[in-house]
Design a protein around this ligand. Structure first.
Ligand code: DO4
Ligand code: MG
Length: 285
């Protein structure tokens, strides 16, 4: 089952829903206020079973606009979790190469704050490349969705937009390479009721189109992530509270060749086989 957030037409009211093939079931009609509230349920599987069988208003997907499936959760990200990422990071920076090499094998993973929920772009929204950066890429990442008890309650598709020239110049510039306007996108929905073993069989990838032509595609398997989801969650939650839950991007395993950089107008489509597709257009910010 996939949970989403949406608005209908020009209506400003944001509603939670169940995303199906070409329709959305309106969960606000069942008295559910937000996705975060629903994900807090002590018996989520039971509640979702009840909702799946309930008579709820059904809307055509064409009538609604999907929003990023995050309402109050902070968004964090792990890095250098795939061998491909370690290699790319070491290539982009002689200055910081040792740090990337070490963190890949260290017990403590790289984890950084990525976005406040209100700043996240959703399906069809813009993603940004910095006006002062020259080497920009999308990072397709499986995003883990946790409730306030740090229970893994679902998964969504995440884009950790990054400026490789800025992060490569000096490790201390990482927050500027990672956190700027429209640097994070999530969607199209939260896949619930899947365990880690299943998620690790999913493929994850990206397609980038420019002027109607595909300029890059790449794919890997979620199973290539070096660390378990429990391990990443354990480090994220150390000396930290998430009263509204948290979302953790799990790092990228797909990196375009080093001579590739994004341009304004590019369309980025990320996909995770167990979840769906997330498309966004690039703007200079
Ligand atoms: O430290 C660089 C960031 C790494 C990252 O975001 C990733 O591996 O996905
Ligand atoms: Mg990343």
């Amino acid at each position: 089952m996939k949970l989403c957030r949406f608005v209908v037409g020009r209506d400003a009211v944001v509603r939670p829903g169940i995303l199906e093939e070409s329709t959305v079931r309106d969960l606000s009609a069942a008295g559910i206020g937000t996705l975060s509230d629903l994900l807090e349920s002590p018996d989520l599987a039971g509640v979702l079973r009840g909702l799946a069988g309930a008579a709820l208003p059904l809307l055509e997907l064409a009538e609604v606009r999907l929003l990023a499936p995050v309402d109050r959760q902070e968004v964090w990200a792990a890095g250098v979790t795939y061998l491909r990422s370690k290699k790319a990071r070491m290539e982009e920076s002689d200055f910081s190469a040792t740090a990337y090499d070490r963190v890949y094998d260290a017990p403590r993973p790289e984890i950084f704050f990525k976005s406040m929920p209100a700043k996240v772009s959703g399906p069809g929204g813009p993603v940004g490349i910095r006006s002062d950066a020259t080497w920009n890429v999308p990072e397709p990442e499986l995003a883990l969705v946790f409730n306030s008890r740090m229970q893994l309650v679902g998964y969504t598709v995440g884009n950790d937009m990054s400026s490789r020239d800025i992060e490569g110049e000096n490790l201390l510039y990482l927050p500027q390479a990672k956190m700027y306007r429209a640097s994070c996108a999530l969607g199209p929905a939260i896949r619930v009721l899947a365990d880690e073993a299943e998620a690790r069989t999913w493929s994850i990838g990206v397609r980038i189109e420019r002027g109607g032509s595909v300029v890059f595609t790449g794919e890997t398997s979620v199973g290539q992530i070096k660390r378990t989801f429990g391990e990443l969650a354990g480090w994220l939650a150390r000396s930290q509270d998430f009263p509204d839950g948290a979302i953790l991007l799990t790092g990228t395993g797909v990196v375009p060749p080093n001579d590739f950089t994004l341009a304004a107008g590019d369309r980025i489509t990320l996909h995770v086989s167990g979840i769906g597709q997330l498309s966004n257009d690039v703007v200079v910010v």
